[in-house]
Design a protein around this ligand. Structure first.
Ligand code: FAD
Length: 442
């Protein structure tokens, strides 16, 4: 009897409980659903995914089928072709992931088949770590303590790259070459190593061996290549956080613990969204009254200047240009540009989060929405609203030699560079005033 592996955000052979279960006892078929929702992604992110799938298909000896259509249709059709009564998949915890797996389970069940879920994109699945009274943690530090105490399993053995069966060709098969070429015309599908889990693993090992010890001191410096750059691999599941933690856990240095805390933030945000799915759009607390957010033509023009990196604040502009041209931005700069949008331009965080969703290659629903809420001061354990990032001070502190801003804003010291679009001191006062009004009302 063949089982089917429904590949989701776990696009790897290593340490993959869903795939291992599907292969137990006999070879497995494998399918990934290229759903209509992917059309809302940026071309760059779609092209990235196409390359990851291309590489994984090669690593499975050509067995991974990538099918266009809603997940319920693609998975059911593949299960029928494979004659699989059981479909194995990793569990999702975001509102859309949960909805999707419900639809798939219902379609399979109506056809006499079963969806079995094992594993998740997290070391500790959302909902597992709770306070003594069973309620979720709302503050990060105690969550992290309980998360560490809960612990996680050791990484599972790699799946067998030869134990796959190929599904027959199908009219719904997606043409990955075409997707990559269409989505990202300037950067057609390259069969490079970069998108393979093997390469991610090598890069991760190099980071842990050579650089993690400097992470504590250097991680806030956008001018240095000091962070792991693992975010897109984690977002697509080319590596599991358990694998990352097993490697860093062997390093006896405080910087390795700092790095692990960032993985814990990833898990905390996923946990928060699981418990409070409304956090995907709604502020978890009110810092500015709905009617006080900027709207209208002026607000739209301000948004465009922010988006295009033409605010006249070099660190903000450098970050937005790095994002537009690479699909990634350094974490410190993400915080600065997000603060600028919310507290200098008085635009609601959702507007910035929507743009990030379209632009980031490492976009992850829980991380993006909850990080935006953190900066905006609206999250559960958020930066206090009154802490307003000063983009000039931040630049001086974290880009002391101006290497980062000069790289992304080459016209910086020429007349072509715009003057600051706002007076930061004035807008900071306005932000605090809006906050006082909200506090008086709620
Ligand atoms: P490293 O510093 O090497 O960290 C290692 C890993 O830890 C990261 O890959 C990531 O998985 C996790 N991590 C690090 N910082 C955070 C954090 N603040 N919150 C949650 N997890 C973290 N990260 C995403 O993966 N996807 C997003 O859509 C996303 N949107 C963001 C939006 C805003 C406004 C902000 C302020 C942050 C956002 N982040 C997001 C978090 C963070 O900026 C990125 O994870 C990090 O910059 C990725 O680079 P890295 O892998 O080199 O990070």
């Amino acid at each position: 009897m063949t089982h089917l592996w429904w590949a989701r955000r776990d696009l790897r052979l290593d340490d993959n409980p869903a795939l291992l279960s599907a292969q137990e006892g006999s070879p497995a078929a494998a399918v990934f659903a290229w759903t209509p929702a992917l059309h809302f992604w940026s071309g760059r992110r779609r092209a990235h995914l196409a390359r990851v799938l291309w590489s994984l298909r090669e690593d499975t000896g050509g067995a991974l089928a990538v099918r266009r259509g809603e997940a319920a249709d693609a998975v059911l059709a593949a299960a029928r072709q494979a004659d699989a009564t059981a479909v194995w998949a990793s569990q999702e915890y975001t509102p859309s992931g949960v909805r999707e797996q419900k639809h798939v389970a219902a379609a399979l069940e109506a056809d006499g088949r079963e969806l079995r879920m094992i594993g998740s994109p997290y070391a500790v699945a959302p909902g597992r770590v709770t306070k003594g009274d069973g309620t979720p943690y709302r503050v990060f530090t105690p969550y992290r303590g309980a998360w560490r105490e809960h612990g996680w399993r050791s990484p599972a053995a790699p799946a067998d790259a030869d134990a796959f069966v190929r599904l027959p060709r199908d009219s719904a098969d997606a043409d990955l070459d075409q997707i990559a070429a269409h989505a990202d015309a300037e950067d057609p599908l390259e069969r490079t190593e970069e998108f393979r889990e093997r390469r991610v693993r090598e890069d991760l090992e190099a980071f842990v061996d050579d650089r993690v010890e400097h992470y504590g001191d250097e991680r806030d410096r956008p001018d240095l290549d000091s962070t792991s750059r693992l975010s897109s691999a984690l977002a697509f599941g080319l590596v599991h956080p358990r694998t990352v933690l097993a490697l860093t856990g062997a390093v006896d240095h405080p910087a390795a613990r700092t790095f692990e805390s960032e993985i814990a933030w990833r898990e905390f945000h996923a946990d928060t969204l699981w418990h409070e799915p409304q956090a995907r759009r709604e502020s978890l607390s009110t810092v500015v009254l709905e009617d006080d957010w900027a709207t209208g033509a002026e607000a739209d023009a301000a948004f465009v200047a922010w988006r295009d990196g033409r605010t006249g604040f070099p660190l903000v502009d450098a970050g937005m240009r790095q994002l537009a041209s690479t699909g990634w931005m350094h974490n410190r700069v993400r915080m600065v540009v997000a603060s600028f949008l919310v507290k200098d331009l008085h635009l609601p965080w959702q507007r910035g989060a929507d743009y990030f969703r379209r632009a980031l290659v490492d976009y992850d629903h829980a991380q993006n929405q909850l990080n935006w809420q953190w900066v905006a001061g609206t999250g559960r354990d958020a930066s206090p609203y009154f802490r307003v990032f000063n983009p000039e001070t931040q630049a001086g502190k974290f880009d002391p030699h101006r290497r980062y801003v000069e790289r992304w804003v080459p016209e910086l010291d020429t007349p072509a560079y715009p003057a600051p679009m706002v007076d930061h001191k004035v807008e900071r006062e306005r932000a605090l005033e809006l906050n006082r009004r909200a506090k008086a009302r709620v």
